[in-house]
Design a protein around this ligand. Sequence first.
Ligand code: KIV
Length: 284
Amino acid sequence: MKNTILTLQKHKQNKQKITMLTAYDYTTAKLMDESGVDCLLVGDSLGMVMLGYDSTVSVTMEDMIHHSKAVARAAKTALVVTDLPFMSYHASVYDAVYNAGRLIQEGNAQAVKLEGGQAFCEHIKMIAQASIPVIAHIGLMPQSVLALGGYKVQGKDYHAAKNIILDALAVEQAGAAAILLECVPADLAALISDLVNIPTIGIGAGHNCDGQVLVYQDMLSMYDGVSSKFVKSFAPIGEQMKQAFADYCQEVKRQQFPDSIHEFAIDSEIMAKLKYEFLISNKG
Ligand code: KIV
């Protein structure tokens, strides 16, 4: 059965942890879906891990729709959530609802995510009113990297921590279906998870969130960019891929690949005739 936003909410009620991974392409999304992950996030992190940008701010709606469609084709069970990219909702509530609608209609997402707390409650409210489940991403908001001056842990002093709590309460009140908490102290995330009735999904937010998310290139050691303290490598797939690519190059150069089991046969009489026609008779 296909997961919906209600599945995540039921998991919170039943105290079952929610699993979410980022996905950007059909093949990987299919493997994740078959592995039983609850939710696939088509994150705007694709700007960095798929497109090689320095940050997520260059990602466009067209990028998000393109990747969201591919992931949605693979997701037989997992819920598909797609990010609203930088500047697709900041300028107006109209933009927010219009672009959330595009991610649903054109990107085949089942829910959208935007970065913002108290300042974006009107946007969240109107997206939710359009019957689009919306996840609010608070704490470290990577689309604000230019204003923040880097990717840093958020909410470490009293005022900053209180502000993140107020963000969480405000987005719940505005109609957010879930909260993504990035890079905040574990105890603060635990308190927020107790205070709100909607699920919290953490990345760098400790073990007391209702669920966890990781960027898959990080958890498979595939990405060269800066790795954070909160990332765990679950398998050295990046190294294994590099080794496989190197083995392939070596075997081709040494003429070990392809060998006979990888080749297609043709009737030897046909070949003899072709050789006669093209190699022998033409020369004469
Ligand atoms: O874009 C993304 O991948 C995210 C992460 C925090 C999971 O939002």
